[in-house]
Ligand binder design. Structure first.
Ligand SMILES: [Zn+2]
Length: 94
């Protein structure tokens, strides 16, 4: 009897069998590092996101344009942080 591992994106719900080629999943968390202090802290909560969701919030690389389609505007760090915190279940105060 074998074991099948299924990754589930916590942002969009996409499910992918672990061995599926071309599919990538990432642990997403918030890391704070002090400049010159040696201090660092990482959120204890991590989310598992698929590559498409990471790309939607530009978490891995900056958006790339093509000859036919220009790159979308780069998101601010605030936009990226809000997306990650909301995915972890925090609600935004207005
Ligand atoms: Zn996803």
């Amino acid at each position: 009897m074998g074991i099948k591992t299924i990754y589930v994106c916590e942002k969009c719900g996409k499910e992918t069998e672990r061995s599926t080629k071309g599919e990538q999943y990432f642990h997403v968390s918030i890391l704070i590092q002090g400049v010159g202090t040696g201090y660092s802290n990482e959120t204890r909560t991590m989310a598992l996101w698929c590559r498409d969701c990471c790309d939607e919030y530009q978490l891995i690389i900056s958006p790339q344009g093509t000859a036919k389609e220009p790159a979308p505007p780069e998101l601010t760090i605030e936009d990226r942080l809000v997306a990650v915190f909301e995915a972890m279940g925090f609600e935004r105060r207005q």
